[in-house]
Design a binder for this molecule. Structure first.
Ligand code: NAI
Length: 398
């Protein structure tokens, strides 16, 4: 947790990026909910000042810059921000703005709690069994942005070097990407995951990896995860060996079980036995996949919140993209951003505001008046616009 300078004020400044596509719509709907929850929680004694900072298409149209330095500086200064989704053109050589924000602010933990909100339609029989928080490493792995096109000089040089000097057998004209995974990056992520489990009295942290194939990168993540668990929390955690041996399959009171699973098994097990997972700590690419799959398991991306947290600041964001097919039509579901806002208020220590937002959202989802993504799947439900749904949540906060 960073110094609480900004959050301790009666009117902290929270920078926001409305985002591209459906971003503007979901932001407007969310803002109304945030203001109402703060008002009810503090009866006017505290407020927040949402201050717009530019990024994405809005910024490019105005200043021909996709991500101005000023915006990053403002986030550093305020130690917090909330954002809608930003467009990244595929394969056009432009690096994802989201990845840049995470890397430049060293927001190394991407946290995605996945929980079921009835009556959201889900493809599985018991979605209510899912209550899992994914801690995805956010700065390393194949997302470090170290890759070259097959036709580039760099790829050719690297291929030649690896074949000649390192005994590799890379084919000519291979595109090459590098997958760096460090002890430092893995350990600090696993620490965040274990802290979360301890603070919330959760039973287990699962290290998800593909170390059977990628022994030094994914395998390193697993090894360093166990190491840091022992080094920092030796008296608070147990391993599976200890669980089955010393503790004879009885979980000792107040301890967290640290286990590990191969990534492909995790996908199967979260479907078959989701109740066996409380926290999943994983490398960047695995985390990207598993968090979207889990979100689908409870009914989709429209209600899945997320946070990117470092040691100095945090950015909260809807986990879905800009949904260009829905943009400007009032069809978007604002819940992902609204619930990301609840995570933000928890992070600030304004837990009452967060609780009000979650309760209001949960009630609104049961109201029979829903946005298009849900209304189109549930019989007898009235469809309302994104903004009206936000207004409905706000009206249910009391
Ligand atoms: P997407 O998440 O925008 O859309 C996938 C599907 O989910 C679409 O059918 C969309 O209509 C629907 N959807 C997403 N959010 C919704 C919501 N709140 N309410 C109702 N329906 C919703 O993913 P896609 O199409 O792959 O990406 C579009 C753009 O967004 C790309 O430029 C991509 O790079 C960017 N993106 C940005 C992210 C971010 O800013 N964190 C994350 C993911 C994608």
């Amino acid at each position: 947790m960073p110094e609480k300078v900004n959050f301790d004020l009666d009117c902290p400044v929270i920078p926001f990026i409305s985002g591209d596509g459906i971003g503007l719509e979901i932001w407007e709907a969310s803002r109304e909910v945030f203001d109402k929850a703060v008002e009810i929680a503090f009866q006017g004694e505290k407020k927040v000042e949402f201050k717009e900072i530019l990024a994405g298409e809005k910024s490019f149209k105005k200043n021909r810059v996709w991500l101005p330095d000023d915006s990053l500086e403002k986030i550093k200064e305020c130690k917090i921000a909330i954002k809608g989704p930003l467009t990244t053109p595929v394969g056009k050589g432009m690096r994802s703005l989201n990845v840049r924000i995470r890397q430049e602010l060293d927001l190394y933990a991407c946290i995605r709690p996945v929980k079921y909100y009835p009556p959201v339609p889900s493809p599985v029989k018991y979605p209510e069994k899912v209550d899992i928080t994914v801690f995805r490493e956010n700065t390393e792995d194949l997302y470090a942005g170290i890759e070259w096109d097959a036709a580039s000089e760099e790829a050719k040089k690297l291929t030649e070097f690896m074949n000649k000097e390192l005994g590799a057998t890379l084919k000519e004209n291979s595109s090459i990407g590098i997958k760096p995974i460090s002890a430092h990056g893995s350990k600090r992520l696993v620490v965040k995951a274990i802290e979360h489990a301890l603070v919330n009295s959760l039973k287990s942290v699962t290290l998800m990896h593909k170390g059977n194939i990628m022994k030094y990168t994914e395998g390193g993540f697993r090894k360093w995860g166990y190491e840091v668990a022992q080094e920092k929390y030796g008296d608070k955690i147990i391993t599976e060996d200890e669980f089955y041996g010393k503790y004879k399959s009885e979980m000792p009171e107040g301890k967290v079980l640290i286990k590990d699973r191969i990534a492909d098994m995790v996908f199967a097990e979260v479907l078959l036995r989701p109740e066996d997972f409380d926290v999943i700590a994983c490398t960047n690419l695995n985390g990207d996949y598993i968090s979207d799959a889990l979100a689908a398991q409870v009914g989709g991306l429209g209600i899945a919140p997320g946070a990117n947290i470092g040691d100095d600041c945090a950015v909260f964001e809807a986990t879905h993209g800009t949904a260009p097919d829905n943009a400007g039509k009032g069809l978007a579901n604002p819940c992902s951003l609204i619930l990301s806002g609840a995570m933000m208020f928890d992070y600030m220590g304004w837990n009452r505001v967060a609780d009000l937002i979650r309760t209001g959202t949960s009630k609104a989802l049961k109201s029979g008046k829903l946005t298009h993504d849900l209304a189109s799947q549930i019989q007898g439900v009235k469809q309302v616009t994104c903004f009206d749904f936000g207004r409905q949540i706000a009206s249910l906060i009391s």
